[in-house]
Design a protein around this ligand. Sequence first.
Ligand code: SF4
Ligand code: SF4
Length: 442
Amino acid sequence: MEHQTYFHSVTLNKDLCRGCINCVKRCPTEAIRVRDGKARILGERCIDCGECIRVCPHHAKRALSDGMEALDGFKYKIALPAPVLFAQVKHLDHTGRIILALKRIGFDDVYEVGAAAELISQSTMEYMATYQGPIPLISSACPAVLRLIRVRFPDLLDHLLPLQPPVELAAVMARRAAVEKTGLKPEEIGIAFITPCPAKVTAVKVPLGNQSRNIDAAIAISRIYPQLIQEIKKMQPEEFVHLSHMGRIGLSWAANSGESTGSGQRRYIAADGIENVIKLLEAVEDEQFTRLDFMELSACPGGCVGGVMNVENPYAAAARIKRLARDLPHVGTQWPTPEWLPEEVFFNKKIEPLNVMALSNDPTQALEMFAEIQSYERKFPGLDCGSCGSPTCHALAEDIVKGYRTEDDCIYLLKDKLEHLAESLAGLSHPTPTEDYEDDSE
Ligand code: SF4
Ligand code: SF4
């Protein structure tokens, strides 16, 4: 399937936005500006991490996703539940319940993404056994991190583990199996990913590292949850106990460090939360980790359990994942490893850097612009107050040099300017004595 080249799940509802700049200050790629009292997302910089959704006190930011109707035109419908979906239901006693509930709300079949994650874990081990390139290798599973590297750390692209995210592999396997089972054409089969975060919605619509789009819809966990809960209440154990194929390794991918332990890493760091991720990527750029093999980085706090499209508290979800994993009968997936796996598991398209942070492609011009930015910064108070609607004084200086703003947007410079103007006006209304003024008071 051809895929579109531009899409963002995270959007702004202007009517709700009050221009408070909370989101401006927290965006990891400085992708938000407030203009005329309303936030505005700079699409080329946004990585759909969802951080602005988390911090907006007015619920003005939201994430777009599909509904079940997105699969209406397909003859056979398959759900790909993210491992973290199984952590959303309080007191869940068996992963098979979720699978049966998905079937009852309209899916013909269900492929657990966790089972594909186990095949990716296996492929990671095999790839790293002979790998000779730059270390640490950085996991490519979190699409927000992938996009962050592309936008802010393009020099680290060759550290990326070049393997497909589990959901893409699950989609390829599910479609092939459905064609075989039903005799339908591949395009008659509709596949929906049940997702915990906007970054994965965007990755479904505009995949990175993939020539073609394998998934037809991305449905938010929060959107499908009310229907699932209704169904889960009405089940007998004999109806669902045989339905789950995922093992402990795959389910554990839902929380931080699940991927690293699942792929048998010994010298690794698993970090979560976008600010921690940025600090670690800066450290990799500075070559501080020369003896580390692997880095698992998740943009959301706690890993996928912290995704903004979940319904459960991330800590409760992480605890539930541990409990459910303990109770699963198998360590790894019960799916047979397909013969075609080795070649299909790799990225089939190069991930290019996105030079949106660069001042200019012409080095001479970039240097001139940088000097100009510095001269503006010297004029600014350096408070990074955000009152201008840009995240920092440096960002405002950059916006001015790029022609998007003027120095009057800095309220401190504007205040000085107005004070001078007021003094000048006051001087005009009370003229000072001049040489030809004659004192005739005597
Ligand atoms: S946090 Fe951002 S989107 Fe929300 S009201 Fe403030 S400026 Fe608007
Ligand atoms: S989703 Fe993330 S990158 Fe995009 S505007 Fe919000 S905070 Fe910035």
